[in-house]
Design a protein around this ligand. Structure first.
Ligand SMILES: NC(=O)c1ccc[n+]([C@@H]2O[C@H](COP(=O)([O-])OP(=O)(O)OC[C@H]3O[C@@H](n4cnc5c(N)ncnc54)[C@H](O)[C@@H]3O)[C@@H](O)[C@H]2O)c1
Ligand SMILES: [Zn+2]
Length: 340
């Protein structure tokens, strides 16, 4: 087990990588935990939950709404949960985002923690203090910044994840290495096979290294004004591709990283060989590196509110493998991107 502590604005957050769900009782901040989970996770793992009230929500991005939050508040009121209760989200990014929002707002805030059960939640959603819900068709429109007191990453639970869910996590892991840690990138190239089979030593190190990187960016910039934006590497194209094609987030980010690497190469920031290494690593992890999509629709989604050719979009580029820079790129330059 590896332990990491993050000092956020709201307090200290302790992350335990490789700590099993059954040890959750050791970390509960109060005697009266209320567990928020989803149907899939509850069905598989409820027998390992500590004693306490369990609130089960549905699955899918469609339930990440204020209506679901309202239902959770009603259930908390019905069981007379007071400020002596704590909330533990046991699930993926959706459960964590919603449990964090409920805990930050119910009775003006109660203590809370997470058991992150997807690879994406472990390496990304569970740290950084962002939580909230979608609203009016927009993702994560309503929410708060508030760090959980603790996060348990039970690596064994990853074995029941569907393949596309693992891919989403691996895409973020590659992203972290590419923007911040050339050594981790190299290690990942060597251990990709083992990572795919969820070798416990390799996965523990990857999750831990990823968290160190994400938390260091978040610590420097908790409210996302500068450094934290580097975590959006691959996501500018990725979000646009996801929106236009509907492919899973991790796959879209993977293709987005390759496109951003292409821009980096076009600007002389990385070599052709470095871009090839990124592509080869993504392929080793069964992630797509290119796909056919409606180029015009993707550029439109990307430049949403930009009306003129010389208007620019904030972009994260690589400045060598393991380093990122933020640059403004005009729509005109994006249109000329060779790989697009
Ligand atoms: N707060 C942040 O900083 C942040 C960062 C990245 C993503 N997110 C959010 O996270 C969400 C996506 O998270 P996600 O990819 O974890 O999706 P998710 O929470 O929907 O989980 C994916 C699916 O896997 C199931 N599942 C979870 N754990 C499982 C397990 N151990 N075994 C089997 N099935 C399991 C879930 O029931 C669900 O069907 C998005 O809403 C996104 O906005 C937030
Ligand atoms: Zn992402």
């Amino acid at each position: 087990m590896k332990k990491l502590q993050i000092q956020g604005v709201g307090g200290l957050s302790t992350i335990l990588v490789g700590e099993p769900l059954k040890n959750l009782t050791h970390y509960l901040p109060t005697q009266h935990p209320v567990i928020i989970t989803d149907e899939n996770v509850g069905q598989r793992y409820a027998d390992q939950f500590p004693p306490g009230h369990v609130i089960t929500i549905g699955t899918g991005e469609g339930i990440k709404t204020l209506e679901t939050i309202s239902r959770i508040y009603s259930e908390l009121v019905a069981i007379e949960a007071d400020r002596s209760c704590s909330i533990v989200g046991v699930g993926g990014g959706i459960v964590c985002d919603m449990a964090g929002f409920v805990a930050s707002t119910y009775l003006r805030g109660v203590r809370f923690g997470f058991v992150a059960t997807t690879l994406l939640a472990q390496v990304d959603a569970s740290v950084g203090g962002k939580n909230g819900v979608n609203f009016g068709g927009y993702k994560n429109m309503v929410g708060t910044f508030n760090q959980p007191e603790f996060v348990l990453c039970d690596l064994k639970m990853l074995h029941s994840l569907p393949e596309t869910q693992l891919q989403c996590g691996f895409a973020e892991i590659v992203k972290h290495a590419a923007i911040a840690d050339a050594g981790m990138f190299e290690a990942l190239e060597k251990d990709a096979e083992k990572a795919l089979t969820l070798d416990p030593i390799v996965v523990e190190r990857l999750v831990y290294d990823s968290l160190v990187i994400k938390s260091s960016f978040v610590n420097q910039d908790e409210k996302e004004t500068g450094e934290r934006r580097k975590l959006n590497f691959g996501h500018t194209f990725g979000h646009a591709i996801e929106k236009v094609t509907g492919i899973p987030h991790g796959q879209a980010v993977s293709v987005g990283m390759v496109l951003a690497a292409g821009l980096s190469q076009q600007r002389g920031l990385i070599t052709a060989r470095e871009k090839e290494r990124l592509c080869a690593l993504l392929e080793q992890l069964n992630l797509p590196t290119r796909m056919i999509f409606d180029k015009k629709a993707v550029l439109e989604a990307l430049g949403k509110d930009k009306k003129r050719e010389n208007e620019s979009v904030h972009f994260v580029l690589l400045n060598g493998l393991g380093r990122a820079v933020i640059t403004d790129i005009s729509l005109a330059e994006l249109r000329q991107l060779r790989d697009l």
